[in-house]
Design a protein around this ligand. Structure first.
Ligand SMILES: [Fe+2]
Ligand SMILES: [Fe+2]
Length: 406
């Protein structure tokens, strides 16, 4: 098969990206396209963009909802350590041990998946000019043909650049005429006008309240940013889409609440983002981890992931800060004498943007001005739900209620 590979930030994915892919497919240059969101981009500080799982699922949901034929999302970069250079990605992607099972998982028959494949690295007309300055460009050309869009009437003499690459580095460059939509993700974000994003992308952005606060990471140290972005990638193998996006949403909201109520935004970002990190681990393993945390035993299966999460966050993601670990440990039950950080994560978990289990308008409004009142309202709604279901309220929650004078 001729496999097109299209890498980029896709922050956010827009109609120009889709048109380029369809141009390459419909023009008959490739049989299928794999689209790879960058996990760690060398060209910009990766901590300024959305963590990779958001961009991956934005892409995946869009491809599925638009039923784009022969286009597939590829998560390969989240499994590569260090900077995601094209040469490194192609090295892994072209390895039969990776590509054959990957294609079979997409539903491609074993015989076809095992064929000798030709790889094409798809580029927009704006990126080919800098290709010779990429990391190990000759290695890239030894693994893949460059397939570059050529915009009619463009100032850049792409044909000249293409033959320059072939002469200097060997390999092969193919060009295809493409007069698709003129747009860029950075322009979209500058104007905050998402009309050039496909509808599934607009819906995704709205559901998770992405991009609305340009200064969302203000006050977060570079070290904490890196911990957050690496944790997002690190949790990807352990959580399914909905839970992973939920836990990251809690991170962003906790960060905002921390700034509003005078807590450390970096700690809140990390505690919120990791609060559910253990929730989909094997239940016996959760119990084992939970028992090792500060002697607190939560025997209820639904609660185990909280102390287990604290241990998993420490062992897997290197979190040592006790305040962060306790905020993870007590996010489901609360407890007496809660710290501000614990209250923030507890609240954010219940009201993050994609939560729709009940009408949260009033609690969200209270969370703009009064942390304790918003927490109080949340606990009251939890209490009502438990009473309706005939469930006992955890002693820690009772202690929390006493503190909050409920
Ligand atoms: Fe949880
Ligand atoms: Fe949660």
């Amino acid at each position: 098969m001729r496999i097109g590979v299209y890498g980029g930030s896709f922050d956010p994915l827009h109609k120009g990206h889709i048109a380029l892919l369809q141009g390459a497919l419909k023009g008959g240059f490739i049989d299928i396209a794999l689209v790879i969101p960058s996990a760690r981009n060398n060209f910009k500080t990766y901590t300024n963009q959305l963590p990779c799982p958001y961009r991956y699922y934005m892409l995946k949901d869009c491809i599925e909802e638009l039923e784009l034929e022969d286009v597939y999302p590829c998560d390969i970069e989240m499994g590569i350590e260090g900077t995601s250079y094209t040469a490194v990605i192609l090295d892994k992607l072209t390895d039969p041990d990776y590509i054959v099972p990957f294609l079979q998982d997409l539903g491609i028959k074993k015989k076809k998946a095992n064929e000798q494949h030709n790889f094409f690295w798809i580029m927009g007309s704006d990126t080919i000019a800098s290709f010779e300055h990429w990391y190990k460009p000759a290695d890239i050309l030894s693994k893949a043909t460059l397939l570059s869009a050529m915009r009619p009437g463009s100032d850049v003499d792409i044909q000249k650049i293409a033959s320059g690459i072939e002469n200097n580095l060997g390999g092969h460059v193919e060009l295809f005429r493409f007069d698709g939509i003129e747009c860029s993700s950075s322009e979209i974000l500058k104007d905050m006008d998402f009309t050039l994003c496909p509808k599934p992308v607009r819906d995704f952005i709205k559901l998770h309240d992405l991009y609305s606060d340009k200064n969302i990471l203000d006050g977060v140290s570079d070290e904490d940013k890196v911990t957050f972005f690496e944790s997002a990638i690190g949790m990807y193998p352990y959580l399914k889409e909905k839970r992973l996006l939920h836990t990251l949403n809690v991170g962003y909201l906790s960060c905002k609440l921390a700034r509003r109520f005078g807590e450390d935004p970096g700690k809140a970002l990390i505690a919120g983002a990791l609060h559910d990190c253990a929730k989909e681990l094997d239940i016996d393993y959760q119990r084992k981890l939970a028992r090792s945390y500060s002697g607190d035993i939560f025997e209820d299966k639904k609660l185990l992931h909280s102390p287990a999460g604290a241990v998993f966050a420490r062992e897997k993601f290197g979190i040592e800060d006790e305040g962060i670990l306790d905020a993870i440990c007590y996010h489901t039950t609360g407890r007496g004498d809660m710290t501000k950080l614990e209250k923030i994560v507890y609240l954010a978990d219940k009201i993050e943007p994609s939560r729709t289990y009940t009408d949260l308008t009033e609690i969200r409004k209270a969370a703009l001005t009064d942390l304790d009142e918003a927490v109080r309202m949340t606990v009251r709604s939890v209490k009502t739900k438990f009473e309706e279901q005939g469930r006992d309220i955890h002693p820690y929650t009772l202690a929390m209620m006493k503190d909050l004078r409920i």
